[in-house]
Design a binder for this molecule. Sequence first.
Ligand SMILES: Nc1ncnc2c1ncn2[C@@H]1O[C@H](COP(=O)(O)OP(=O)(O)OP(=O)(O)O)[C@@H](O)[C@H]1O
Length: 349
Amino acid sequence: MEREALRVEGLRKRYGGLEVLAGVDLSLKEGEILALLGPSGSGKTTLLRIVAGLERPDAGRVYLFGQDVTHLPPERRGLGVVFQDYALFPHLTAWENVAFGLKGPRRREKALAALERVGLTLFKDRRPHELSGGQQQRVALARALAPGPRVVLLDEPFSSLDAGLRAATREEVRTILKGLGTAALLVTHDQEEALSFADRIGVLRGGRLEQVGTPEEVYLRPRTPFVAQFLGQTNLLPGEGQGRYARTFLGPVPLSEPREGPLLLSLRPEALRLRPPGEGVVGQVLARAFKGHDLTYRVRVQDREILVQEGPEAPFREGDWVGVEVVGQGVPLSEEKPLTPPGQAAAKP
Ligand SMILES: Nc1ncnc2c1ncn2[C@@H]1O[C@H](COP(=O)(O)OP(=O)(O)OP(=O)(O)O)[C@@H](O)[C@H]1O
């Protein structure tokens, strides 16, 4: 059975009147990569800092491999940490940076082995300013991994890399972590990063985990309007559930799970297609955004606007009359819990 690497229970944190974490429970299996995804200010970094021991929770517990570490100082938790700005020492070479946190006679050997793992053997004697952003990022990772932690914490570690390098570095880091069997908790506000890097994603909103699941689950089966909208573009449609279908202004929409009665659906733009007028439900193209690999249309249907994703060669232009056809499934959403305004206690039921 897989062991639990990290567990947090009932974590709460306030800064003055602001409730930043409102009772978070989360667990991470051995070797698992979990991304905490949420908008700016949702409490991601605070949660990571509490796990690292850099911040005290007002309430709740942190366990590492079953041991309660809530009151242990950071250096006794045995975690590796990589921050957004890498925090490398500018006057030390790559290997000296990696060796900095190591103890004992074989420091240099261990540091060089860690640099080899991230493919930087040739760059061992360079200082940070002589390395590219991606290489600096890998030095920071080598430094975090060199002492052999069983859990690493990654706080937006790819955000200062440009798009191409970011995707490649992410893939390399994932391969390294999986090869070592190191569990990782990653903080990001980038949906694509969370979807491609993590085994599971926890979506944070206003200090609460709104949904935790595999990338497929949170993208294809979002439970709330917030999760549906935060993980990519979507259409939120009111409808009337009639078993496996819902009646909507776009006609009948097949449901991912049967429902009866009034409901709100998430229907991704890729679940819709445009046809020549006369087929499907009539609409008019308001805007067209060409993105290379695909094309998104904003279309008015009755008095509403919807997004439709098409292939890059779709012929329709602004102003064209079109037919809108449903080709995918709609996901019924749960009622969204209203957020507690900052500084107020949640209303008791
Ligand atoms: N030491 C602190 N003192 C006071 N307020 C703080 C402190 N640290 C964080 N906050 C506040 O707590 C809230 C959550 O911050 P946190 O950094 O955890 O969010 P985040 O989700 O990581 O956001 P971002 O993506 O912008 O980094 C913010 O409103 C922030 O201003």
